[in-house]
Design a binder for this molecule. Structure first.
Ligand code: FMN
Length: 143
């Protein structure tokens, strides 16, 4: 069975709801899913997973959350992640998604295999947002 690891940071729960829905989408495809807050995750979790989803809202001024997620992503940038199936997702509010474009560029530079465009949802995911998250989990399962 393939293992999918989902690692996220969420301050007010919106990205967490997205993470749970991504997990459901992958589980529906029969995957073994590990869901972790970034504070409890390690680079090894990413290295050993068959596929990975990373979630973080837009924070600061269109950047990743700086205390936990940014250092985690910086640590990933020191690893060989070429070809690793990956999906990015996160919630935002007033911006235009620049944080996700920047994050996507960084991951693409590592040669990961992004299975879809970074999924962004404004504030709390509604029914459509949840469905998109499940679909993302399903795409990740397909690799
Ligand atoms: C300190 C702070 C900075 C934020 N900066 C941005 C931003 O630059 N662009 C944006 O679109 N939303 C920004 N937001 C809004 C959050 O991305 C939005 O509330 C999101 O739904 C939070 O997700 P969470 O519930 O997973 O923490 C910011 C929120 C906070 C608290």
């Amino acid at each position: 069975m393939k293992n999918i690891t989902i690692i996220y940071w969420s301050g007010t729960g919106n990205t967490q709801q997205m993470a749970v829905a991504v997990a459901e989408g992958a589980k529906e495809k029969g995957m073994e899913v590990t869901l972790k807050e970034v504070a409890n995750a390690s680079v090894q979790d990413v290295l050993k997973a068959d596929a990975v989803a990373l979630g973080c809202p837009s924070m600061g001024c269109e950047v990743l959350e700086e205390a936990e997620m940014e250092p985690f992503v910086e640590a990933l940038e020191k690893e060989d992640l070429k070809g690793k199936p990956m999906a990015l997702f996160g919630s935002f509010d007033w911006g235009d998604g620049q944080w996700m474009r920047d994050w996507t560029d960084r991951m693409e530079k590592l040669g990961v295999k992004l299975v879809a465009e970074g999924l962004t949802v404004q504030n709390t995911p509604d029914e459509n947002g949840i469905a998109s998250c499940k679909e993302l989990g399903s795409k990740l399962a397909d690799g």
